[in-house]
Design a protein around this ligand. Sequence first.
Ligand code: HPA
Length: 286
Amino acid sequence: LPGEAAFDYNTISISANYLLERTKHRPSIGIVCGSGLGSLVDHLKEREAFPYEKIPNFPVSTVAGHDGQVVFGLLNGVPVMCMKGRFHSYEGYPLWKTAMPIRVMKLVGVNSVIVTNAAGGINDKYHVGDVMLIKDHINIPGFAGNSPLVGKNDENFGPRFPGMSNAYDKQLRQEAKNVVKEMGIEESVHEGVYVMLGGPSYETVAELRLLRLLGADAVGMSTVAEVVVARHCGMRVFAFSLVTNKCIMEWDSDEEANHEEVIAAANARKHHLQELVGRMAARMAQ
Ligand code: HPA
């Protein structure tokens, strides 16, 4: 199958070993920085950064001026491995490539991941700037046979048919709720279901109404493939969405979703998100 070999144990080992030979850090926690969380890495102590294009076998960025980096460092004293900038399938990558960094994390020694994203709020109770702790997902590309795990299964990572009913660790979600209380931001934090679409176009009103009927609370174009690959190889997953826009649920609305509002909302909330991630990393390391 095309591209399959590049997702196997040997290929991933080469990427992981390149990093292990060059960083002194040995993190057990990985963080995928979605929109609004990229500046998290600027606050890491003893930071060591590796541009994606320097890491052997790593996906090559298709976006001009893309500053993707793997960044190691200490977050509240806890060693972490961060992906600053992720790969999306709408850029043209097969799903396994978008999730390949998760396997690299695994072979670096990571056993728990924090996955973050920007998402549109479908649930009427969600407002711009709110956080949704992800309790479950709906893998729409998966319905059509598009999974990062399609192809020959590499048993070194996990089983052919991995379960997904406990994808979003219950204990970590409880920890997150405690952290949210400590931070005093309960009012703007929810727990809900994330649905992944391929994008890059935003959804029509009819599509959003369908997704609402299906039980989705927030919609985005990332995260699910990474989570499927993380669960396949036995990692614990904590994930959340920043609600960057309210989805347009009415046909007579004059509004339209746009990238600018997504970026603006993400920037406005970045300190919040950084604190949430920092506190979670401290707890997850124990
Ligand atoms: N739809 C899909 N993806 C998104 C959205 C949205 O409204 N907002 C941020 N990412």
